[in-house]
Design a protein around this ligand. Structure first.
Ligand SMILES: *[C@@H]1O[C@H](CO)[C@@H](O)[C@H](O)[C@H]1NC(C)=O
Ligand SMILES: *[C@@H]1O[C@H](CO)[C@@H](O)[C@H](O)[C@H]1NC(C)=O
Ligand SMILES: *[C@@H]1O[C@H](CO)[C@@H](O)[C@H](O)[C@H]1NC(C)=O
Length: 446
């Protein structure tokens, strides 16, 4: 695995010439955030930096790895499975012929909401490999034999992800036991601003939603077209739009566990294109661009900027690792300003094919935002952002090395967007609860 990953990194930086392009036919780019990790397409920017510049501090904000569905999604998957199995079918043929021997893929209910741990898309293995890759790339920033914290939101799958990442980072069970400090931040409102799940601490956010019901019209159209196609090629199942929607979720979740899925093969690629867009609409309007997204993400971005301003000399630590959920990554990207790459709102009536905002690009399972503090030979410091291994410049702030943004400039942009607001006041955090995020600074004093 190690050699596969390192040869891949060198490919990333090599100049090449090829006349084929098949990334667009990768199903993992159309799984709507429910499927296995896949690297971002990015803008073709090199990971290499100009001479005499170095990365001297790194901050990682990651989603947990590939997982089983939630309890409610699992019920839907079970319902469509039961319906297809119970259908009176004269002849099993066409794309759904596999149903004759089909078995439900979730072994038991204890797995629900947990990381997967089998197959090439195992969530735990994904996170372990991620930890290994970070150690290889940034290991020079780690002082041997020092304790290292790994901050995790409270849900079991997130804690398991952080743990697997830490095991990959240390590479040996004994170093992990001795030096890894898995610091769990409960997903509770009483955490106030001292949280990795800021939505839970923000009452007014939970009350508002600007989700447009116009989405419904769009949805039924591509789903019913796919139902018609399957009903004509595989008669007898009497599929409807809702069944197709459930199968479109069954596929990526089964991939997460088994590494392959007959359901993925049965559905048309066009239906996945529709599926991705409906997920993009949902996440764009309810999470990414929600009026509270900036303030929710501002907690994390302010903390990162503060760590980078203090620098590793003052902090005595250069690597910062945090693990949370997909929605928190979207708030983070909003507060960082990178969602501005999507310059216009997504259409509710037709697929906006030219969009930048794609769930599979931004928050697949195992999604990761990596911020690098870069120092040049004059001592100036800059910030570079990698989302799912692709360099994503901060819009309108690209004058640093490798199209990075000067740290002071990023702070200015961020402060002007914040405009004097605070998370505590916008989110009505009660006075007896924490008003600031402090765990990065006080984790080892407790
Ligand atoms: C890098 O630094 C060295 C030593 O300070 C200097 O001689 C060289 O010109 C620098 N290279 C660039 C590209 O700035
Ligand atoms: C793998 O996952 C299954 C289902 O959640 C669980 O029963 C099993 O204990 C897990 N194994 C490991 C090594 O984590
Ligand atoms: C940013 O974080 C630092 C460190 O926690 C804190 O002192 C400061 O008040 C925060 N600023 C804002 C605007 O929240």
């Amino acid at each position: 695995m190690v050699s596969v990953l390192s040869s891949f990194i060198s490919v990333l930086n090599a100049v090449g010439y090829w006349q084929h392009s098949n990334d667009q036919y990768n199903l993992l780019k159309h799984c709507g955030g429910m499927g296995p990790y896949v690297e971002g397409t990015g803008f073709g920017l090199s990971h290499e930096l100009p001479a005499n510049t170095t990365v001297d501090q790194v901050y990682v904000f990651s989603r947990h790895g590939e997982r089983f569905p939630t309890v409610s999604v699992a019920e839907e998957l079970r319902a469509v499975y039961n319906k297809l199995k119970a259908a009176q079918v004269e002849e099993y043929k066409g794309p759904l012929a596999f149903v004759r021997d089909w078995e439900f893929y979730i072994p038991n209910d204890d797995c629900l909401e947990m990381e997967t741990n089998t197959s090439r898309f195992s969530g735990l293995l994904d996170m372990e490999n991620f930890g290994r890759a970070v150690r290889r790339k940034y290991g020079y920033l780690y002082k041997d034999e020092t304790e290292l914290p790994f901050f995790s939101a409270g849900q079991q799958r997130v804690v398991d992800s952080a743990t697997s990442f830490a095991k990959g980072f240390f590479g040996s069970e004994s170093e992990f036991d001795r030096l890894a400090h898995i610091h769990v931040i409960p997903e509770k409102a009483k955490q106030g601003a001292n949280t990795l799940t800021s939505g839970r601490s923000c009452k007014p956010y939970n009350k508002h939603s600007n989700y447009d019901s116009g989405l419904k019209e769009f949805e039924t159209q591509y789903l019913s077209q796919e139902a018609d196609r399957l009903n004509s090629l595989s008669p007898g199942f009497d599929l409807n739009a809702q069944d197709v929607q459930r199968l479109l979720a069954y596929c990526p979740f089964e991939l997460n566990y088994r590494g392959h899925s007959e359901v993925c093969q049965a559905l048309s690629f066009d239906s996945f294109v529709g599926h991705e867009y409906s997920r993009d609409l949902e996440l764009y309007y309810t999470k990414a661009l929600h009026p509270f997204s900036f303030i929710l993400g501002s907690l994390y971005v302010n903390a990162t900027l503060t760590l980078f301003e203090q620098g590793s000399d003052q902090l005595n630590q250069s690597l910062w690792f945090s693990f949370s959920h997909d929605t928190d990554l979207l708030y983070f990207m909003n507060a960082l300003g990178i969602l501005d790459h999507q310059a216009t709102d997504l259409s509710l009536h037709h697929i906006d094919f030219a969009r930048w905002f794609r769930t599979s690009e931004l928050i697949p399972m195992g999604a990761r935002i990596v911020l690098e503090r870069i120092k040049d030979s004059t001592g100036q410091v800059y910030v570079r952002v990698l989302v799912n291994d692709a360099v994503i410049p901060i819009p309108k702030c690209t004058e640093g090395p490798g199209y990075s943004c000067p740290l002071a400039e990023l702070r200015k942009i961020f402060d002007s967007r914040l405009d004097g607001d605070t998370f505590a006041s916008k989110c009505h955090v009660k006075s007896r609860r924490p008003w600031h995020l402090s765990f990065y600074w006080d984790w080892n004093t407790k």
